[in-house]
Ligand binder design. Structure first.
Ligand code: HEM
Length: 413
């Protein structure tokens, strides 16, 4: 877009050479995305011009209220990227990694209104069915299996040995896939979200596994999510079925695995919180809630597209501009959290699941996976503690999320 139409002042940020506009990707964004959000907030207020991969311009929404305004108003801010001006003008290639995150597909997340309701209905009806069939049982099974692999050693990395893979193992069972396909799918999902040159190839790998699954389930239906989508009364065609399997698989795994690692991090680094959990004064749901306020797994949500010229946060947004929702930045907006240390217990109005018509329909499933997984881990590994000082823990971010690199622990073998 020729947007940012109103770049305002530059200064102090990792900026694209000669434009004065901050990049939300690259080495600086990988190391300290929160620092970038705060610098942008200082310079621009609640809505900032930024550049994403390929130096494609967008607006990053930093204010809590502005995020809600965008999410709650699909008539002004559509999820349908077919109106994205830079894409229409041919400035974003089909092979850009951005397409994996914001490109249009025949899935519910890409549409609004009646088409969205029809497709979302097929997803939510089947998620309800799946949830009723005991997801916690699958989590307990796979969590124990993963712990068995390292329990005798007295040491583990709870990111690579546990959190990074567990949600995908549960999803293979829910989808009716072979467990052995879980590793490839988990790695490819991570690469799709990370972006970069390989994102397209990884997406193709995922789609090919899921197309095979859909064909198999058409021939031999079972009591799984894939068969439920095929059988749904809204009559999804082959492409719609594969794209919804893809959507749920990638969204559910990447967010839940990220959140699980963050919850384990806080449980292991915050002594007061851990003793609250042990004494029963705190429950696991309130810990998960706190993490969703402070480090939501999807830090930046792609994307919404302005349906006409309008104003947001004092910025002139042009028809067809892309807006990215700063969920992490909105959650710590000083306007709604003047005292960042004050408790958020019992307050579920965070942006981690977004809001409006596309609000996450899998939130209970994700939270159930995390709560069960942490419970199993704490029961199986007596004396569980961090094996490195807390300030040595590091994270790596892409435009969309920040993930913990590792979580080394020790316990009584
Ligand atoms: C617990 C971690 C999770 C987080 C933080 C999360 C976050 C989100 C967010 C922010 C959106 C909104 C997308 C938008 O507004 O454009 C979303 C949508 C969605 N999520 Fe989740 N999610 C989680 C887990 C799951 C799980 C476990 C499932 C399925 C089993 C799931 C399925 C979906 C689907 C299908 C959508 C698209 C809904 C629509 O467009 O109407 N999510 N999620």
């Amino acid at each position: 877009m020729s947007a940012p139409h109103d770049p305002g002042a530059g200064g102090g940020c990792p900026v694209a050479h000669g434009t004065g506009v901050t990049r939300l990707y690259g080495p600086d964004a990988e190391k300290d995305p929160h620092g970038i959000y705060e610098r942008l907030r200082d310079v621009y207020g609640t809505v900032a011009p930024i550049l994403v991969e390929g130096d494609v311009p967008a607006w990053l929404v930093l204010g809590y209220r502005e995020n809600r305004r965008v999410l709650d108003n699909p008539l002004q801010f559509s999820r349908d990227s077919r109106i994205w001006r830079d894409w229409l003008d041919g400035k974003v290639s089909e092979t850009s990694p951005l397409i994996q995150m914001v490109g249009w597909r025949p899935d519910c997340v890409s549409q609004d209104g009646e088409p969205h309701r029809r497709l979302r209905g097929a997803v939510t009806d089947n998620l309800l069915k799946v949830a009723g069939r005991g997801i916690r049982r699958h989590v307990t099974h796979f969590a124990n299996k993963q712990i068995d692999a390292f329990a005798d050693s007295g040491r583990a990395d709870l990111v690579t040995d546990f959190a990074e893979y567990l949600p995908m193992l549960v999803l293979t069972r829910v989808f009716g896939l072979a467990e052995s396909e879980g590793r490839t799918l988990a790695e490819s999902s991570a690469q799709v979200i990370k972006g970069g040159a390989d994102a397209l190839a990884h997406n193709e790998k995922i789609v090919s596994i899921l197309a095979e699954l859909a064909a198999r389930k058409r021939a031999e239906p079972g009591s799984d999510f894939a068969s439920g989508l095929i059988d749904h009364h809204s009559g999804l065609d082959d492409d719609e079925i594969v794209q919804h399997l893809r959507l749920v698989l990638i969204t559910a795994h990447t967010t839940t695995s990220n959140l699980l690692a963050r919850v384990l991090e806080i449980v292991l680094t915050d002594d007061a919180l851990r003793s609250g959990l042990v004494s029963g004064q705190l429950n696991m749901s309130s810990v998960v809630e706190e993490v969703m306020w402070n480090t939501p797994p999807l830090a930046v949500l792609p994307g919404r597209f302005a349906t006409s010229d309008l104003e947001l946060g004092g910025r002139a947004i042009k028809e067809g501009d892309m807006l990215l929702l700063g969920l992490a930045a909105g959650n710590v907006d000083p306007v709604i959290r003047p005292d960042i240390a004050a408790s958020v217990a019992g307050n579920q109005s965070h942006l981690a699941f977004s809001a409006g018509p596309h609000e996450c329909p899998g939130q209970n499933i994700g939270q159930g996976i995390i709560e069960t997984a942490v419970d199993v881990l704490l029961h199986r590994l007596p004396g569980l503690r961090l094996a490195v000082p807390a300030d040595e823990l590091t994270s790596t971010a892409s435009t969309w999320e920040s993930r913990l690199d590792s979580l080394p622990v020790e316990f009584a073998a």
